[in-house]
Write a protein that binds this ligand. Structure first.
Ligand code: COA
Length: 114
């Protein structure tokens, strides 16, 4: 996936990683995961902060992501970072649960690509 245009990743070896993509002035989180043993120590937040900064550097004006409506851990993380719900995809996941579409605006970094 990292070879796809606009795709980038940040990882902490053995602990967690995030993959994101920028296209057409918008960014999206493709996946975020922290190993169970490394959770609740701030790594998820640090990976997301790096992904947001990377998106701004690449000229994105907003970041989007999808999260299962029942994923309390991820929702807590994202809402704490300023994401807000902008849509819902009904029965999006194989178990029949809905996906929430979240968005956060970004301040393009000085000298960012456009
Ligand atoms: C979601 C995930 C990445 C969070 O990673 P993490 O390193 O534990 O996150 P952080 O330690 O940075 O937590 C930041 C905030 O998120 C929220 N949060 C994290 N885990 C939580 C939990 N189990 N329950 C409720 N809120 C939680 C809290 O607000 C937390 O802040 P606090 O610790 O000061 O209360 C991790 O739980 C994970 O990998 N889950 C499985 C994969 C997944 O769901 N990925 C997201 C798909 S959209």
């Amino acid at each position: 996936m990292l070879e796809l245009p606009g795709t980038y990743g940040i990882w902490s070896p053995g602990e967690g990683f995030v993959l994101a993509r920028v296209a057409g002035g918008e960014a999206e989180i493709l996946t975020l995961a922290v190993c169970p043993a490394a959770r609740r120590r701030g790594l998820g937040g640090a990976l997301m902060a790096a992904a947001l900064a990377g998106a701004a550097l690449r000229g994105a004006a907003a970041m989007f992501l999808e999260v299962a409506a029942g994923n309390a851990a991820a929702l807590g993380l994202y809402l704490g970072l300023g994401f807000a719900e902008v849509g819902r995809r009904r029965r999006y996941y194989p178990d029949g649960s809905d996906a929430l579409v979240l968005r956060r605006g970004l301040d393009p970094a000085p000298g960012a690509a456009s």
